[in-house]
Design a protein around this ligand. Structure first.
Ligand code: HEC
Length: 252
């Protein structure tokens, strides 16, 4: 009753040819798949290396441009920046790799123990009013370069978070704000060789407030700074217009 295909009519191809054909087809298919996989695998590292190379070049270019924008043009006669500092920062922010790096550095940073002030001086918490005033001065005068996170924008603007200079002797940052700072300085393992221009239009009170704010933000623990301390440094450095150099201040 049941009809077996082999029992009845003649097969389309003789059995041996059919099985050979099957083997050839299988081999061809295997070859195509292997070839395809090989090509896609072989291509990937090349494209990745090219992309990395391009990223690296772009990052170097952006860092160079950012640096040129802040170091070359200087400032107008009225003390304002000739080229908006934000443009320099934006150049660097436009690079996702740099931003990712900052974010990666920023995420775990506040949790880790900051470089604590020497044990000698007991920690004095600043008043809410002074912190509020300091935050306002920071937003007006430091934020474009040192960023809302205090992480700066490596490799041009150093971080104020976990920076020993920030919580150390306040005389130094007072000098940077009054006359500027240039020369190589290493913060958080990255060496910066850039220039911080003097910050125009800040009173003794403003400087005391902003330094107090940065010394007690971003995971820092430094004692408040008083307007009297600023006044003394301003008087001692009166007449100086050249930026301080890191070599001159013994900073590394
Ligand atoms: C135009 C950009 C710019 C502005 C605005 C600016 N800084 Fe800086 N700052 C820099 C650069 C660049 C350096 C590193 C200079 C060098 O390489 O010698 C620096 C260095 C510092 C340092 C020492 C390095 C470190 O990270 O501890 C401190 C502290 C500092 N700035 C505080 C401030 C404070 C506070 C303000 C606002 C009152 C401010 N800066 C405004 C660009 C800026």
């Amino acid at each position: 009753m049941s009809e077996q295909p082999s029992s009845g009519g003649r097969p389309l191809l003789p059995g041996q040819i059919a099985s050979w054909l099957r083997i050839v087809c299988f081999a061809a298919a295997a070859l195509i798949v292997t070839g395809y996989v090989y090509l896609s695998v072989r291509k990937a590292p090349d494209a990745e290396a090219d992309r990395r190379q391009a990223q690296k070049a772009l990052r170097a270019e952006n860092a160079k441009k950012g640096l040129a924008l802040i170091t070359e043009p200087g400032r107008n006669a009225d003390g304002s920046y000739r080229i908006p500092v934000k443009d320099a920062a934006a150049l660097i922010v436009a690079d996702p790799k740099v931003v990712a790096k900052i974010q990666a550095a920023g995420a775990p940073a506040p949790a880790a123990a900051p470089a604590a002030a020497p044990a000698a001086a007991a920690f004095v918490k600043a008043s809410d009013e002074q912190m509020k005033r300091g935050a306002a001065v920071y937003a007006r005068t430091c934020i474009a370069c040192h960023q809302p996170t205090g992480m700066g924008l490596p490799p041009v603007f150093p971080p104020l978070a976990k920076a020993p200079i920030v919580v150390g002797n306040p005389e130094l940052p007072i000098k940077f704000i009054l006359q500027g700072l240039m020369g190589p300085v290493t913060v958080g393992g990255t060496t910066y060789n850039s220039m911080m221009p003097p910050v125009p239009g800040v009173s003794d009170q403003d400087i005391a407030d902003v330094l107090t704010y940065v010394r007690q933000s971003f995971g820092n623990q430094g004692n408040p700074v008083t307007p009297e301390q600023v006044k003394a440094v301003r008087a001692a450095t009166a007449g100086r217009t050249a930026p301080w150099t890191t070599a001159e201040l013994g900073l590394k």
